[in-house]
Design a protein around this ligand. Structure first.
Ligand SMILES: Cc1ncc(C[n+]2csc(CCOP(=O)(O)OP(=O)(O)O)c2C)c(N)n1
Length: 685
């Protein structure tokens, strides 16, 4: 049975609604008729027809910890949430003084809270807006139930999306999370009948997602017109009240009209008849609100006033300068932002770098990671560990063994089988101020999450430092000590080196793993933490526990073996093969463990190559465009005159890791013998 409603909807302030709708309409028309033709706005997404539903929603999100993920047609909502027309124009003209300071498409909004709702950084990827909202909704329940923070009571998260977006993976991932966990999340679907030109019946059978979800458990379904002042407010109130009252998620489908093409310049007549376009204009919500306000309301004066204000704000936006070229590289990583979402949390332990304090016998690589997670879970009540099978089973690699028993199932939990859901949810949790540590079961299975990994990494850059999403993703990589295969043995670090904003750790031993993981968990850049499967419980990966406060800098390579004639750079499990191969060349080979791929310690590598005059890079990722290529290029660019031989790479050929063990060992993985031969050849050069 539904819980009683906790907030009775305030009466609609129709003049305020009309003002916001007219403001949105005026911005659209000035852009369409003047700024696009003048070349001042290059991407224009009209919200004409969507204004009423969005403004009504925006005016209801005032709790303080409410959050919304929006999409490119959400400007009316943004205006209701506090965005100024000057900012809206500045955003579309890519100027400073806009949410992204000219970095992102103008309508790809984000906004720290103003009137009570945080607008999480939206995405240009349709469907990607849903799972971060689910993460924020889960954070609401965590603050309420675990941290007993009353200020989060009755908060909600909403994701706005169109009828096309309900076919996207992110929609289904978030729907599963929100319904299985009964989260305070609203799916606000504005159904205008088309995704660009594709009609709604291509997105869901029969064209009505609300009808199709009628039997979905734990989901309140509401639907109706989104353009009618007599019925739309009650639908939105019911949806918002249902979610705020702790009754679980709700999907509200509102029928709206898209009065303009998808973007400026798009001709709707290719897929809509003249009669249909005329019928849609007859449902213009602006006309309906004017009628609703009645003849006694001075509509023309309000419209003239709004027009004057919007034009003044346009003039102000035109005076905003373009972003200075020397700012373009800022905010890829932390270091600039003073007031970001989430705000810095003084209760979280900070990374303090020190020498390791070896304590006890050598422990497994996996045990070092498990102990680090355990000590950080104890030190930071906002830290959450989750993923597939990480709960009672302790993870398929047993790295989270017993953590749920020790810290409870709100802090260490199993998730639904959706990597997009795991990472998108993590981004929402992080922006709500928690410290998510998701596990992806195997490197290949991160593929469905790559959209969210991409979008999470560059949150800071896209919002010019206003938002940060310090997620730490643990991913097992590489072949295992028993076997390989194409699915469980991918190394694949180079792909992440291309994703902006991520730190990447690839440790080779238990001590470094503990130090790098703790550092990642105590600072504010997102981190991909790669754990080689063949190191988990083998002697090569073992080292003593370095102490419960040990933090190791990212970007600080280790010279694990000094040598005079050749620099050999490696990381992860391959490093141990290099060490063994080099034993035949006493004193000749200097071996560098890179430890982290992003940032990577170019200085240490170059200084070594300048001493030895020769360089070899060995890795388990495939050869073409592997990270070795980057290192080789840097050496050639910056230490060319010090070289006495060509820079060489040894890597997996450009094929997957085979299942057959002799095939894997003899033909694919660089072996000790391969390494020896390559070292020999370079030393003899
Ligand atoms: C993942 C992804 N695929 C394709 C696109 C290109 N695209 C942009 S908008 C859009 C249609 C979305 O339609 P809908 O969700 O109904 O929203 P509407 O534009 O109708 O408001 C498409 C296909 C995209 N941005 N992202």
């Amino acid at each position: 049975m539904a819980k009683p409603r906790k907030d009775d909807a305030p009466a609609v302030d129709w003049p305020a609604v009309a003002r916001l709708m007219l403001t949105s309409r005026a911005i659209d028309e000035i852009e369409e008729n003047e700024l696009v033709p003048a070349g001042k706005v290059t991407y224009q997404f009209s919200a004409k027809g969507h204004e009423l539903s969005q403004v009504l929603l925006g005016l209801r999100l005032t709790q303080g910890h409410d959050a919304a993920t929006v999409y490119y047609r959400s400007r009316p909502f943004m205006l209701a949430a506090g965005l100024t027309p000057r900012e809206a124009f500045a955003a579309d003209m890519a100027r400073t003084g806009s949410p992204s300071e000219g970095r992102d498409v103008g309508v790809v909004y984000s906004m720290p809270p103003r009137r009570g709702v945080t607008v999480l950084p939206s995405s240009g990827d349709v469907g990607a807006q849903y799972t971060p909202a689910a993460g924020w909704a889960q954070a609401i329940t965590y603050y309420q139930n675990e941290l007993k923070d009353k200020s989060w009571d009755n908060a909600l998260a909403v994701a706005l999306g169109g009828d096309g977006s309900v076919a996207a993976n992110g929609f289904w991932a978030a729907l599963t999370i929100a319904t299985t966990l009964e989260l305070p999340m609203l799916f606000f679907i504005e159904d205008n009948g088309y995704g660009i030109s594709v009609p709604r019946h291509f997105q869901t059978p029969g064209g009505n997602i609300a009808d199709n979800l009628a039997s979905f458990k734990n989901l309140k379904i509401l639907q109706g017109p989104g353009t009618r002042p007599d019925t739309t407010p009650a639908l939105i109130d019911e949806a918002v009240s249902h979610v705020r009252s702790g009754n679980g998620p709700c999907l509200l489908r509102l029928e709206v009209v898209r009065l303009h093409g998808h973007t400026f310049g798009e001709d709707q007549t290719a897929y809509k008849s003249a009669e249909q376009i005329e019928a849609e204009h007859a449902r213009d919500p602006l006309t309906a609100v004017r009628t609703h306000l009645g003849k006694s309301f001075d509509w023309d004066s309000l419209r003239a006033e709004v027009e004057q204000d919007v034009r003044a704000q346009l003039a102000a936006a035109e005076s905003n300068p373009d972003p200075a070229p020397d700012t373009a590289l800022q905010h890829a990583f932390s270091g600039h932002a003073a007031s970001q979402v989430p705000p810095p949390d003084s209760t979280q332990p900070a990374a303090a770098y020190s020498a390791p304090q070896p304590d006890g016998p050598r422990i497994n690589f996996s045990e070092a990671i498990r102990r680090t997670l355990e000590s950080e879970l104890a030190a930071n009540p906002k830290l959450l560990v989750f993923g597939e099978d990480v709960g009672p089973r302790g993870g398929v690699h047993r790295v989270t063994l017993d953590l749920q028993a020790k810290f409870g199932d709100r802090r260490v939990f199993d998730t639904s089988l959706s990597e997009e859901g795991i990472i998108g949810r993590a981004a929402g949790l992080a922006m709500a101020g928690l410290r998510p540590v998701p596990e992806i079961q195997f490197r290949k299975y991160a593929d469905p999450a790559h959209e969210q990994i991409h979008d999470t990494g560059w949150v800071r850059w896209r919002t010019a430092g206003k938002f940060a999403a310090p997620v730490v993703i643990r991913i097992p990589v590489g072949y295992s000590k028993k076997t390989g295969d194409p699915w469980h043995s991918v190394s694949g670090e180079a792909i992440y080196a291309h994703m902006v904003g991520w730190q990447i750790a690839y440790p080779s031993n238990a001590e470094d793993a503990a130090g790098l993981l703790r550092t990642a968990l105590r600072q504010s850049d997102p981190t991909i933490f790669l754990e080689h499967r063949a190191l988990y419980d083998t002697p090569t990966g073992r080292k003593p526990w370095p102490g419960a406060d040990y933090c190791l800098h990212f970007g600080q390579a280790s010279i694990v073996q000094p040598g005079t004639d050749l620099t050999l750079v490696s990381w992860g499990e391959m490093l141990h093969r290099c060490l063994e191969a080099s034993q035949s060349f006493a004193g000749a080979v200097e071996i560098i463990d890179l430890r982290t791929i992003s940032p990577w310690d170019k200085e240490t590598v170059l200084a070594s190559v300048r001493r030895t005059g020769k360089a070899l890079i060995a890795h388990e990722d495939t050869r073409t465009a592997g990270f070795g290529a980057e290192i080789a290029a840097a050496i050639v660019e910056e230490a060319f005159t010090d070289l006495d031989a060509p820079v060489r790479r040894i890597a997996v050929p450009d094929i997957p890791i085979p299942f057959n063990i002799p095939l894997m060992n003899a033909a694919v993985l660089p072996s000790i013998e391969d390494l020896r031969a390559e070292i020999q050849s370079l030393l003899e050069w």
